[in-house]
Design a protein around this ligand. Structure first.
Ligand SMILES: Nc1ncnc2c1ncn2[C@@H]1O[C@H](COP(=O)(O)OP(=O)(O)O)[C@@H](O)[C@H]1O
Ligand SMILES: [Mg+2]
Length: 586
């Protein structure tokens, strides 16, 4: 937890951030002006109430004036109704603006993370992104809502109160000019301490949610490896540190209330003492004295808020910075402004001296890879795990770009294509299938939303999935995903294959697509795949060499380099790496 600091944003950075945040508030200028006007009204009314309160109390309790008593019954309620209306209006408008702004930011965040390249997801922990979306956004919302309330409403209120005080007794008003800021400073120091502790605990809340998430997702491994105790022990360290951070915060809070009350009482005593002396000396009227007391009570909360203005702003900006960092991320896979048209694709693939290295690692994963796959061919990549097979599949999808050399599709450099156009032609089946919280039908048709039911059924049949789908209570309308029905690895994989079939891609990428199936269903699915292979280019990665036997061309990879190329028979005859792998398996 050494990286915890009191959030403070650099000056220059602050400007940039403020401008970016301001752009979000700008569309609501009109509402903001309305809110500001109601704040002005509120401040004026608060000053007015203080101004009349003194004479009213004097009139009723000292002069025993019945007329004033009657006036109170009509006049004061009207004033308080206006005050209530003004208070409601600006509080409502500011929370409306705050909510509207974060709704927009949340929307932008969700959209933005979908525009980012895969590389972003390698770097960022999902719980970290989540905590920004939840906690930090919350802080930003509260900053947007409260900064104007503290900075405008409360400053106006205190100004208006001071104005009234100066108007009725400038000598005494000067004195309160000393008392009021001093109160503010003390309140501010307490508030700052509280905020510091609270922002530290926010970081730990993120850590706690990460630990929960890790155990929830990995529970089978946690249990199978008796890892519970260790996981619990590690969690406790975090949980304990949360407790002590939280207690620091709560100690500050617990102390703050009584301390402030004490402080307030002392000031009240000072006012009574000095006011009393002034009344005895005849330099102040009783009425004015009461106005002073009333203004002290009215100014208390606004002063407290003003004193906390800066730390609240700092905290909000620190949170906004964390959100802005994500919004500021740029996709590493850049689409040219004038992508080539590939509405019609043959499906020829060519690697020319392709090199690749993951940003986080020093070793080169693919080295000078050159190869051609002709339209309609079935090409297979085999090789030990870690040899770069999945990396090749991901390069074809343009999840990231080669660091050297180029990859062509139909003679077009992948860099000249729009990723959306490219991926529209590609079907992908991987080892682990991601299912969404949606129906079977919608899960199959994510690549082709308008697919007619007959075709979906045909695809499911081809993928050997139709039978288990119809065996479920709601058939194709059964909800899958985290909140839905759980499927076996093989069932998921068959859905993935149906998903790829229904898309009718020109290029089909199969990354260990049948590795989760038992031998019988593997053969069935293999047959299904072979049925739909016609007319498309297929790149398959397989661990079990029996599945690549029929491929037109087999590429054998070894540590990112092309070790051998040929058909199954040619490679066996060669007696090299492939033969060794094949014999080891049979
Ligand atoms: N996101 C990543 N970041 C860093 N290294 C990676 C990443 N993905 C894979 N690698 C590394 O690249 C090498 C090739 O991986 P991969 O293409 O997945 O191999 P294969 O699919 O042949 O088993 C491995 O050494 C692996 O550790
Ligand atoms: Mg792999």
């Amino acid at each position: 937890m050494s990286d915890i600091k009191h959030p403070r944003v650099e000056k220059d950075r602050f400007k940039i951030l403020a401008r970016a945040l301001f752009a979000y508030v700008k569309p609501y200028k009109l509402r903001f002006i309305q809110a500001a006007v109601s704040m002005l009204c509120l401040a004026a009314i608060r000053g007015g109430v203080v101004y009349v309160l003194g004479p009213v109390i004097q009139g009723i309790f000292i002069d025993k004036n019945l007329a004033i008593l009657k006036l109170v019954l009509i006049g004061l309620p009207v004033m308080f109704i206006f005050r209530m209306a003004a208070e409601y209006t600006n509080a409502y408008l500011m929370s409306w603006i705050g909510q509207k702004v974060i709704q927009q930011i949340r929307d932008d965040l969700f959209t933005h993370i979908h525009r980012l390249s895969i590389e972003f997801y390698w770097r960022k922990r999902s719980s970290d992104v989540m905590s920004r979306v939840i906690n930090d956004l919350n802080n930003v919302q509260s900053t947007i809502q409260f900064i104007p309330l503290y900075g405008i409403r409360d400053v106006l209120t205190v100004t208006s109160l001071l104005g009234v005080l100066f108007f009725i007794n400038w000598r005494f008003a000067l004195m309160s000019l000393l008392v009021l800021p001093a109160t503010g400073v003390i309140l501010g120091i307490l508030g700052k301490k509280m905020r510091k502790a609270s922002s530290e605990s926010n970081v730990i809340v993120g850590e706690i949610s990460h630990k929960f998430q890790e155990s929830l997702q990995g529970i089978t491994v946690v249990k199978a490896f008796n890892y519970e105790d260790e996981a619990i022990r590690k969690f406790r360290v975090t949980n304990d540190s949360y407790f002590s951070k939280m207690m620091r915060y709560l100690r500050a809070t617990a102390l703050a209330g009584p301390l402030m009350e004490f402080l307030g009482s002392m000031i009240l005593i000072a006012i009574i003492y000095l006011g009393g002396k002034a009344i005895f000396a005849g330099t102040m009227t009783t009425a004015h004295f009461f106005s002073f007391v009333a203004s002290f009570f009215t100014a208390y909360m606004p002063l407290k808020n003003i004193a906390n203005l800066n730390s609240k702003l700092q905290m909000g900006m620190a949170s906004w910075e964390r959100i802005h960092q994500i919004l500021d991320e740029k996709p590493t896979v850049v689409v040219t402004s004038r992508p080539k048209n590939i509405d019609i694709l043959e499906g020829k693939l060519e690697f020319r001296n392709v090199n690749y290295k993951y940003p986080s690692r020093d070793t080169q994963v693919l080295k000078n890879l050159s190869l051609v796959i002709n339209p309609g061919e079935v090409a297979a990549f085999v090789g030990p795990s870690g040899s770069g097979k999945t990396t090749i599949i991901h390069l074809l999808l343009r999840f990231f770009d080669p660091v050297g050399g180029r990859i062509d599709v139909d003679g077009h450099d992948l860099l000249d294509l729009d990723t959306t156009d490219l991926r529209a032609h590609i079907g992908l089946v991987t080892q682990d299938t991601i299912l969404f919280d949606d129906t079977v039908y919608r899960n199959i048709t994510i690549g082709r939303k308008d697919a007619p039911m007959e075709e979906v059924i045909a695809a499911a049949k081809a993928a050997d999935a139709h039978d288990f789908i119809t065996a479920m209570p709601l058939g194709y309308e059964t909800i899958l995903g985290e909140r839905g029905i759980k499927l076996s690895g093989g069932q998921r994989q068959r859905l993935a294959i149906a998903r790829a079939i229904i898309k009718k891609p020109k290029i089909l990428l199969l990354d260990e697509a049948t590795s989760n199936l038992d031998t019988a269903s593997e053969q069935a699915v293999q047959a299904a795949i072979e049925k739909i292979l016609g007319g498309r280019t297929v790149v398959m990665v397989a661990h079990r060499l029996s599945t690549v036997k029929n491929a037109d061309r087999i590429f054998v990879l070894k540590k990112g380099e092309l070790a051998e190329t040929g058909t199954h028979d040619q490679l066996l005859a060669k007696g090299g790496l492939y033969k060794g792998l094949y014999e080891a398996q049979s």
